[in-house]
Design a protein around this ligand. Structure first.
Ligand code: COA
Ligand code: ZN
Length: 316
C-alpha cells in the first residue's frame, strides 16, 4: 500500500561528493576536473550539487578553489549550486559569489560541534541567526535558500547515542532563526530504519511545514534501508555522493555517503521521479576514477548493471 502511494512522486537528489567526498582527501582534485564532474552530473539530470565548502582554505586546502568552482557551476543552466558554511564568514563568501543554497552545518553532539567548528552548540545557533539576518537582508533574486543542517543527529563517534529531544530542540531553534529547510544528517552511519523513523517523525512534527531532508552515510551498510524509512516519513530530498565517495575523520573504516547511483536506482525502481538518467550517471564515475586512482569507489549498480529489459520509471 505504502509503495503504491509513494510511486509517481518527485524526489530531489543532491550530489555532495564534491564537498563531503573530497573534504578528507589529501589529493587535490583539480579545479577543471571538479567542473567536468559537475557538468557531467548536471547533464545526467542531477539538479542540485554541493560544489564546495566555505571553510578556511588553510584548514581544508581542497576548497582553495571555491570561487572558481562556484563561478563555473553557476554558468550551468538549471543547476542549483550549494555550498557548505560553518559560520557567518562562510555565509558572506557564499552570498558574495551568488550560490543558490547555503548549507549551514552544526552538530547535535556537543563534543562533535566543539571539535568540528570549535563552538558550543548555542554559539552555532546564534551564528545561524546572524546568517539568517544577512540572508533576509539580500535583495530578492540574490537571496539564497538557507538550509539548517544537523550533523551527528542519529549518533556520534564520541558520545554514542544522541537524545532525540536534542535533535528536535536544535531543529526548532534553526527554524525559529529562519531556516528554509532542515537537513538531518547521520554523519557517522549509526542510523537504523527504526531510529530514522523515530527521529524524522519527531522533527517533522516539530517544524511543521518546513521541509526536512536527509543525509545518510553507508558506514554500516544501512544507508538505503534508511532512505526507504525516511521516504515513508515523507522525506523528499536526499544527499548522496557518486560512487559513495566520502568518509569522516572521526569514523575509521567509514565508507562514505550513500551511493548516488544506487540511490537513484532505488528511487527509480520504486517508481519515483528524480530526473536522472541512470546510464549517464554511472558513466560520470569515470571522472572520479581517473582523478582518484587510489581511492576505493563503491556502488552496486555500477558493478552489476541494470536488470535485463529494465524499464525506467518514466517508461513504465
Ligand atoms: N572562510 C574563510 N576564512 C575563515 C572562515 C571561513 N568560513 N571562517 C573563519 N575564517 C578565518 C578568519 O577570518 C580568521 O582569519 P585570520 O586568522 O586571518 O584573522 C581565521 O579564519 C580564524 O577565524 P575564527 O573565527 O577564529 O575561526 P576558528 O579558527 O574558530 O575556526 C571554523 C572556526 C568554523 C572556521 C573552523 O572550525 C571550520 O572551518 N570548521 C569546519 C571544518 C570542516 O570542514 N568540517 C567538515 C564539514 S562539516
Ligand atoms: Zn556527511
Amino acid at each position: 500500500m505504502e509503495g503504491t502511494l509513494m510511486a509517481d512522486i518527485d524526489v530531489t537528489v543532491c550530489e555532495v561528493g564534491l564537498r563531503d567526498g573530497l573534504q578528507m582527501l589529501e589529493t587535490f582534485f583539480p579545479t577543471q576536473e571538479k567542473l567536468a564532474w559537475i557538468r557531467a552530473e548536471a547533464q545526467a539530470g542531477v539538479r542540485e550539487i554541493e560544489v564546495t565548502s566555505f571553510v578556511p582554505p588553510k584548514l581544508v586546502p581542497q576548497f582553495v578553489d571555491a570561487q572558481e568552482v562556484v563561478e563555473g557551476a553557476l554558468a550551468i543552466p538549471g543547476l542549483k549550486v550549494m555550498g557548505l558554511v560553518p559560520n557567518l564568514k562562510g555565509a558572506e563568501r557564499g552570498i558574495t559569489l551568488g550560490v543558490h543554497t547555503l548549507n549551514f552545518v552544526m552538530s547535535v553532539s556537543r563534543t562533535h560541534n566543539l571539535k568540528n567548528v570549535r563552538r558550543e552548540r548555542e554559539e552555532s545557533v546564534a551564528d545561524f541567526g546572524r546568517i539568517a539576518d544577512l540572508v533576509r537582508a539580500q535583495p530578492e533574486g540574490r537571496r539564497p535558500r538557507l538550509l539548517g543542517g544537523l550533523s551527528t543527529a542519529l549518533g556520534c563517534s564520541f558520545e554514542g547515542e544522541i537524545a532525540q529531544d536534542d535533535v528536535v530542540k536544535y531543529a526548532v531553534a534553526l527554524v525559529e532563526a529562519g531556516a528554509d529547510e532542515i537537513m538531518v544528517a547521520d554523519t557517522v552511519g549509526y542510523a537504523t530504519p527504526a531510529s530514522v523513523k523515530s527521529v524524522f517523525k519527531a522533527v517533522m512534527a516539530a517544524v511543521g511545514p518546513v521541509p526536512v531532508s536527509a543525509h545518510f552515510h553507508d558506514t554500516r551498510g544501512l544507508g538505503l534501508a534508511n532512505v526507504t524509512a525516511a521516504l515513508e516519513c515523507g522525506v523528499r530530498r536526499f544527499d548522496a555522493s557518486l560512487a559513495g565517495l566520502g568518509g569522516c575523520q572521526f569514523a575509521p573504516g567509514a565508507t562514505g555517503n550513500i551511493v548516488m547511483d544506487d540511490l537513484c536506482f532505488l528511487l527509480d525502481a520504486m517508481g519515483m521521479r528524480t530526473g536522472v538518467d541512470l546510464g549517464r550517471l554511472v558513466a560520470v564515475r569515470e571522472i572520479v576514477a581517473r582523478n582518484l586512482p587510489a581511492t576505493p569507489l563503491y556502488g552496486a549498480l555500477a558493478r552489476a548493471g541494470l536488470p535485463t529489459k529494465y524499464k525506467t520509471a518514466g517508461e513504465r
